[in-house]
Design a protein around this ligand. Structure first.
Ligand code: HEM
Length: 151
């Protein structure tokens, strides 16, 4: 079960990153050209939020099934000295939860914005911040605690 969830989590990462890049580039384009909010902006936004929520749920399930994090949560103090345990139990999870919060808050605030220009600006800032946190929290292959780019 853990192996299947981990593989799924590894794949869905690319949906999150891709939707974030597309939404960010559309929002920046909206700010620069002062165009109206379009149905495609909405579709990319929903794609980002839904893929991120799915990734969050898989991540939570991993805490339950993974051989790595349950151990780390049991002996929390000791685990802080083991880089891989510390990374997944604390750094990866905290970074991703903050990124998820930035995505949700900016998407919701954007919906309540008075006009399209303000909506694009809010979504661009929130999605940019969220993407930065995601990129900083991914276990890239070149890191000591790194994983493969594809399962
Ligand atoms: C939102 C909350 C998230 C939580 C709670 C979470 C949690 C976890 C956990 C517990 C692991 C497992 C470590 C293991 O057992 O080996 C993991 C691995 C991983 N996570 Fe997350 N994660 C989250 C979001 C994300 C996001 C948004 C991305 C990328 C966009 C991501 C990318 C990865 C990758 C690439 C791995 C390694 C997969 C592999 O070994 O192939 N995670 N995550």
């Amino acid at each position: 079960m853990a192996a299947m969830l981990l593989a799924l989590h590894s794949i869905v990462r690319w949906a999150v990153v891709l939707f974030a890049l597309l939404l960010l580039s559309r929002a920046v384009n909206g700010v620069r050209t002062r165009r109206d909010w379009a149905p495609a902006d909405h579709r990319f936004g929903l794609g980002f939020i839904i893929s991120f929520d799915l990734q969050f749920l898989i991540g939570l399930a991993l805490f339950h099934f993974s051989t790595l994090t349950p151990d780390s949560l049991e002996g929390f103090k000791g685990a802080m000295h083991v880089p891989a345990l510390r990374f997944f139990a604390v750094e990866h999870t905290a970074g991703m939860v903050l990124a998820l919060a930035a995505a949700h808050i900016s998407w919701a605030k954007g919906k309540r914005a008075a006009d399209a220009a303000r909506r694009f600006r809010t979504v661009a800032i929130g999605t940019g911040l969220s993407l930065l946190l995601v990129v900083l929290s991914i276990p890239w292959p070149w890191m000591a605690v790194g994983r493969r780019l594809w399962p």
